[in-house]
Design a protein around this ligand. Structure first.
Ligand code: V47
Ligand code: SF4
Length: 369
């Protein structure tokens, strides 16, 4: 990539705006230029243009809950606030009966999706998680299971001595419906090695999602931003996602995850500002012309900031959650018991001037409010 900019900033911004207006793809150099030189108001206009072309005023949410089967993990990512080792204070590992109890607890809220993400437990393999999916579906037969980051998948499939393709097909047979976006962190090797050197490489993460798409498992993608990376690393990350999406078309949603800094080994780093969050959403929306949805994950960002992000390209704010996730409450978010009713989500979207649409995981419309 050549990152030398010519001196006339406004001419360059105009040229990029013309491309965006015509629905043309912008280059990596142009993406970086937007990150570094465009003011936030300009980015908002361009990102909103893309959002409105794709979705009008529609803003999506779903009725979901999370299962975090364990926080015991063989890895030690520097940004992770919730990892524990076997026997360490604060460690948890639910057995399958306890998982069933959790599902029964959430049943009355009529969720359409369960999101399962946790640590990479050294003793659990694909068949354990397969049985977990089956027992969940025995209680909620219609539920969509979006489960396991590529990092968890790599380990559990290897432990079961299967190839990636075989393992993913086996999980599909057990009832897995799609894959969440976690574990991507930041692909650029010089940063990945500093913040999570042990876990799956960028290439493996991409290979797992590519294989998942090829066996009919759609997925999401994330980026963990706002720590030690710079704008060029963020562009490199989303460019790799855009390239894979050109090949497979299997990504539904891109979810930028803001680094939260409490109780982890990178805690001395501050958190980036709201303006930086909005800049990141906007450039992502403009650059990722082939991933249909952009999500602001409200338990991580906060409700009001998620609401504001709707004017910066975001069209999805995840779901009701139902007080079922600890990853972010352990990393320093304000809302320690994240939970919103459908009515609260609808109100949040409508009061920002958008149209609230309840969706299923694959963005089929369930109800327009
Ligand atoms: O990969 C860990 C992140 C991710 C911190 O697909 C942190 O709909 C910020 O997969 N500060 C897992 N982030 C979460 C995940 C996810 C979340 C929301 C929606 C979807 C989806 C998927 O959590 C990890 C890591 O990037 N994370 N620690 C932290 N201190
Ligand atoms: Fe383990 Fe995930 Fe935490 Fe990394 S981010 S230490 S893989 S639980």
């Amino acid at each position: 990539m050549n990152f030398i900019f010519n001196s006339n900033i406004s001419d360059q911004l105009k040229a990029i705006a013309e491309k965006v207006a015509l629905g043309k793809r912008i280059s990596e150099v142009e993406g970086l230029f937007l990150f570094e030189k465009a003011d936030l108001g300009y980015l908002a206009v361009l990102a909103n243009h893309v959002r409105e072309r794709l979705h009008g005023k529609k803003t999506f949410f779903n009725r979901n809950f999370h299962i975090e089967p364990t926080n015991i993990c063989i890895y030690n990512c520097k940004f992770c606030s919730y990892v524990r080792k076997i026997g360490q204070e604060g460690a948890w590992e639910y057995n399958l009966d306890q998982i069933e109890d959790l599902v029964h607890k959430h049943k009355s809220a009529q969720p359409t999706e369960v999101h399962i993400v946790g640590g990479v437990h050294p003793k659990r393999d694909l068949h354990y998680y397969g049985e977990m999916i089956q027992r969940i579906k025995a209680i909620l037969p219609e539920i969509h299971v979006k489960g396991f980051t590529a990092v968890e998948l790599e380990f559990m499939i290897k432990k079961a001595r299967l190839s990636l393709r075989e393992g993913l097909l086996k999980l599909k047979e057990y009832g897995l419906d799609s894959i969440p976006g976690g574990g991507a962190e930041i692909f650029a090797p010089e940063i990945r090695v500093q913040v999570c050197d042990e876990k799956s490489t960028a290439e493996k993460w991409l290979e797992i999602h590519e294989t998942a798409h090829s066996v009919g498992l759609p997925s999401n993608a994330t980026i963990l931003y706002g720590h030690i990376e710079n704008y060029a690393h963020r562009i490199d990350h989303i460019a790799r996602l855009r390239q894979l999406q050109d090949k497979t078309g299997g990504f539904n949603t891109f979810i930028p995850l803001k680094y939260r800094n409490q109780n982890n080994s990178l805690s001395e780093i501050g958190e980036v500002s709201l303006l930086e969050d909005l800049r990141n959403f906007a450039v992502s929306r403009i650059f990722l012309d082939n991933i249909p949805h952009l999500k602001a994950y409200w338990p991580m960002l906060g409700k009001e900031k998620a609401q504001l992000s709707l004017s910066f390209g975001v069209d999805d704010i995840d779901g009701t959650i139902d007080d079922s996730t600890k990853i972010y409450s352990m990393a320093g978010v304000e809302d320690l018991k994240p939970q919103m009713t459908t009515n609260q989500l609808v109100e949040l979207i409508k009061s920002a001037g958008f149209e609230a649409v309840e969706r299923d995981t694959l963005y089929n419309v369930i109800k327009i409010y």
